[in-house]
Design a protein around this ligand. Structure first.
Ligand SMILES: CC(C)(COP(=O)(O)OP(=O)(O)OC[C@H]1O[C@@H](n2cnc3c(N)ncnc32)[C@H](O)[C@@H]1OP(=O)(O)O)[C@@H](O)C(=O)NCCC(=O)NCCS
Length: 175
């Protein structure tokens, strides 16, 4: 069954502003405070500007956000020589640029069931697959801490390099 996820901009229309802010502020993700910060302080601004789209998994009985993911577009800039030949081919690298879909955020709340993250990943990839059908682009990318390379690797992502700041690894999957 497909996971039900509400788009933030729809909730901005549907809910009273204070109610929505209260729901966002109640989100707790102790393992990654940046994920909590993004949802509380950045997601609404990026949604309004069309920079990204945030999808929320909500327990309607508790009126609580159990998890969220944020999708956007962000190209990768690199040289052919930096990459394995088959990866460079799959990414359609041209003049050092590969277009890519981005999973910018993925987090479940402290009280959500383990496995919700994987369900949200399925949903994110499924959403991008619809995009690929409509306007192309086979590459989905994300940047993660080293502790999560194994998690995304077992989903099928492959690590391509460190980011510019060298604090995160960039990973891709082809859809
Ligand atoms: C990443 C996440 C969405 C995956 O959710 P899930 O599919 O339901 O799986 P789990 O929560 O069971 O986590 C899977 C594994 O990753 C580890 N993990 C998750 N987040 C981690 C983090 N921030 N740092 C280190 N390890 C982490 C878990 O400990 C678990 O390890 P285990 O399998 O050895 O027990 C969820 O763990 C989460 O919300 N993490 C915090 C937010 C985060 O760091 N997001 C990633 C941004 S790139």
């Amino acid at each position: 069954m497909t996971l039900e996820a509400y788009q933030l901009h729809e909730l901005m229309q549907e809910l009273d502003k204070d109610e929505l802010l209260a729901m966002l502020s109640a989100f707790k993700c102790s393992r990654n405070k940046d994920s909590e910060y993004f949802l509380k302080k950045i997601a609404l601004k990026h949604e309004a500007k069309g920079i990204s789209r945030t999808y929320l998994v909500i327990d309607r009985e508790e009126n609580k956000i159990k998890g969220y993911f944020t999708l956007a577009l962000k190209c990768l800039s690199m040289n052919d020589d930096d990459l394995d030949r088959s990866v460079a081919d799959s990414m359609n690298l041209r003049d050092g640029i590969a277009q890519a879909y981005l999973i910018g955020q993925l987090a479940r709340s402290d009280d959500a069931v383990p496995g919700l993250g994987k369900q949200m990943l399925d949903r994110a990839v499924d959403t991008f697959s619809k995009g690929k059908e409509m306007f192309g682009c086979p590459t989905v990318r994300l940047d993660c801490k080293d502790e999560l390379i194994h998690y995304y690797g077992s989903y099928g992502f492959q690590r391509i390099r460190k980011n510019h700041e060298k604090d995160l690894s960039q990973m891709v999957i082809f859809i």
